[in-house]
Design a protein around this ligand. Sequence first.
Ligand code: ZN
Length: 381
Amino acid sequence: MFKKAKYFNNYRTACSLMIDDFVPVAVTYDGQVLPNNDWGYGKLNKNSLFDYLNSTLFLKYPEIKGTFFVPFESQFYLPKDSGMKYRVGQFDTSYLDFFNHYKDQFDIAFHGIKHTYYSDDSIHGNPIFEFHELGLRDYQMLRDKIAHFEALFDNRFTGGKFPGYFRKNKESFELLVKLGFKWWAFSLADNKIAQNNFDTIHVGKNDTLIDMPSNLNGNVFNHEITYSQEGSILRNVRNIKRIKRQVDLVKYIAYLYKNRLPITIQEHAQNQSLNGKRQRPNLYDDINSLDKIFGLLRGKDIWYVSCGELAQYYDAYSNTKLIETEDSLELIYEGSWEPYPVSIYSDTCSKLLLNGQEILGLIKDGKYVFNNLLPNNYKKY
Ligand SMILES: [Zn+2]
């Protein structure tokens, strides 16, 4: 009997690094752009954030894949009276080179136009998350901006995330559907074992959108255990709590893995909030925590993938019907996206035939796995 594989190649689960707020800005006190104050302004130049990541995290873990969540114009809405020195760039064709550099690792998703701004451009105003304000009347403006950036980045925006996750209004969902998005990162998990909705699921009337949950915060292992010779009682109590928390987090990651829930890791490129506070999580501060997370995942049966590809596979997996007879196997796609290849597996059948061509199943964990099968009529062989 054939079954559909929940993940490509029947991997146990999938892992995706979600990098929010990739913005052409660096905030600096002395004019210098360094990895700790760069949000994307430095692109791949020396001492940029991504130059640093290329020679640390991405060098050590070349398997990492994921998604950039990009606000298109948030660099123009920085408060004017913060006293901070901004280096502000613009998304232009040079960013096409940047994204092309990561094409095989990261795709690009939509993360608003302005992201967040202050009511009167002043840090003393009220911060406004733009999807509190954006409604169906803004459809055409959004459609035009998205089309512009699709051309500029040579990318089709199939999904995204609201700035500030839950900061939205009652028209937001309909607006996303109207804009043609297929998936959206709605849910933010609490980094501990819980009952509900950590999985990739369809949401909305007629299952219109796929919810891509953010299941793990990139900074979870940042809390260092502190040692001292004398060791005050208070410090030891704090250490014990931190050790327990770390054990719980390792268990939580094992829980996601065991239950085949996607290990989607929430991060930011922008490392500072508009009010001058450090933004958490952020890639630069979390380098050790991310090292620990990807170290724990090393050698496991994991599909490293971008959010867009994971969503598209999930859509194909859940909307492809599998009809098996004694000598044939038919795959029929019944979803609303375009047909996309799925993986299937069998305990006994090791070969399929399509138009006279043999397809050999890969032997994996005692099963035969067939990857990249489009809807078609296959002969069992
Ligand atoms: Zn954001």
